[in-house]
Design a protein around this ligand. Sequence first.
Ligand SMILES: Nc1ncnc2c1ncn2[C@@H]1O[C@H](COP(=O)(O)OP(=O)(O)OP(=O)(O)O)[C@@H](O)[C@H]1O
Length: 259
Amino acid sequence: MIAANNLSVNRGGRLILDQVSFQAKKGRMLGILGANGSGKTTLLKTVTGFYPYQAGSIEIDGKPLATLKPKERAQRMAVLSQDEHVSFDVPVYEAVALGRYAHQQGLFAVKGKTDDDIIRKAMEETGISDMAERSLLSLSGGEKQRVWLARALAQQPDSLLLDEPTNHLDLARQVALMEHLTKLLASRQLTVVCILHDINLASLYCDDVLLLKNGKVICQGETQSILTRGVLENIYGTAFHEWKEPVKGRKQFSVVTRV
Ligand SMILES: Nc1ncnc2c1ncn2[C@@H]1O[C@H](COP(=O)(O)OP(=O)(O)OP(=O)(O)O)[C@@H](O)[C@H]1O
């Protein structure tokens, strides 16, 4: 479980997060929603220890984040960032294998058979097994996104923190990814935190949502009770029409055109 309590973050002399509290629970997917610049990425980077915070507290499975060594953090949390970039070229298999470093001993650790099995399973789960020998730089944006997800899965974390994981993916792959995450949640009892711009995907797949505006929490809780036309209009500043998708009866929203 990930818990933040009254978290405040300043960056470049500005207050970016203002007393944010939330809990992401085991076996549930928490969606973080909010307009551009509302503080979503800052929140994710703070709870994973990439950004410092000026007030409040963060606990991972009941332990203060600050007391976890970098390797222990990596064993507990895998992060898929919005700004993953490739600075050197490696075969796809090696890029996924980077996820195993948190579990290896020593500076020049050698991958064993178990590591190889885990790497191949993560590649299979993300549909990239046939790309193992391909050069990372030659992949499309959506293919690279699946490599980063495979690397995160290979890390075998307790929590997966994903910044816009559906970015670059076509519609069918967006649905496939969210369904895959839903299955992983149940089978591995993971905690998943996911920044999403697509409120309809969030409504279909997230158990809980946290809505941010200007660095403050507007509301949070069980997705189907929290997501309403009124609250989304407040968050995004545009008009919405609300309807229900016919299979699960989950809420869906479309923007109302103004011209
Ligand atoms: N180093 C920094 N110095 C000053 N302001 C910063 C810094 N980093 C981020 N910000 C500001 O903090 C605010 C929140 O940024 P953040 O990236 O967390 O938003 P976001 O909700 O993830 O946005 P998006 O949906 O556009 O990805 C933005 O206004 C951004 O310009």
